[in-house]
Design a protein around this ligand. Structure first.
Ligand SMILES: N[C@@H](CCC(=O)N[C@@H](CS)C(=O)NCC(=O)O)C(=O)O
Length: 233
């Protein structure tokens, strides 16, 4: 197989970006060593492997680090080319998939982090409205990309499914912690049905973090943000 060689993944179990890469590796059937990182006390391997952003995930393939989850997913797709492709086969389909993946990371991720970060109920309600506005266009994107099939990639899970699907566990955590619903079946029924299907796939189940881990991690982040806000006053 073209992609043979030592594969390591630096991640944290709750990171949606690391989860995305784990899903890609699973879908491609790649064996790898998973190295959990403490983001509150970053180790040398992470700092040396991603000196620019100092973030997870980092994939280390035969000693060479690759950073940024979407770049890693594309790398995995190209290097382990024997299995079904994660990205669409045609250039237009690939361009559209990359457009929506960038939308998810640039718009949706900060939108749901805003819900997590909100310090008051009023602020949280505003942030939820903003997140729902960001989710809206993804309903049409799903229709366009899937051609009416079950997944963005058609009959099976692909690049955009994992680009968006890695966030779903945190939507469940936001629901658990604050009672908010980010993908609302009333507003975006197609997307809600897709989300229900996606979390039942093997790729999703294998990478799913425990609810307790997400809630604990969220608590640490919220304390850190509160302390930073208090210090800034
Ligand atoms: N655009 C990056 C985002 C990665 C990212 O934000 N990772 C977070 C964990 S979810 C991180 O490592 N944060 C540590 C920090 O900001 O210091 C990607 O797609 O890989």
């Amino acid at each position: 197989m073209a992609g043979e060689g030592d594969v390591k993944l630096l991640g944290t179990v709750v990171s949606p970006f690391a989860i995305r890469v784990r899903m890609a590796l699973h879908l491609k059937g790649v064996s790898y060593e998973y190295l959990e990182q403490d983001l509150f006390d970053k180790g040398e391997l992470l700092l040396d492997s991603n000196p620019v952003h100092k973030k997870v995930p980092v994939l280390i393939h035969v000693g060479r680090p690759i950073c940024e989850s979407l770049a890693i997913v594309e790398y995995v797709d190209e290097v382990w080319a024997d299995g079904a492709s994660l990205l669409p086969a045609d250039p237009y389909g690939r361009a559209v998939a990359r457009f929506w993946a960038a939308y998810i990371d640039d718009k949706l991720f900060p939108a749901w982090i805003g819900i997590l970060r909100a310090a008051t109920e009023e602020d949280r309600a505003e942030k939820l409205d903003a997140a729902l506005a960001v989710v809206g266009p993804l309903e049409d994107a799903l229709a366009q990309c899937s051609g009416g099939k079950d997944y963005f990639a058609g009959d099976s899970v692909g690049y955009l499914d994992i680009a968006l699907g890695c966030n779903l566990f945190w939507f469940e955590a936001l629901h658990e912690m604050f009672g908010v619903t980010v993908i609302d079946a009333g507003r975006t029924p197609r997307l809600a049905a897709w989300a229900e299907r996606f979390v039942e796939t093997e790729a999703a189940k294998k990478a799913a973090p425990l609810m307790k881990s997400m809630v604990d991690y969220a608590g640490k982040l919220r304390s850190m943000w509160a302390a930073a806000a208090a210090a800034a006053k």
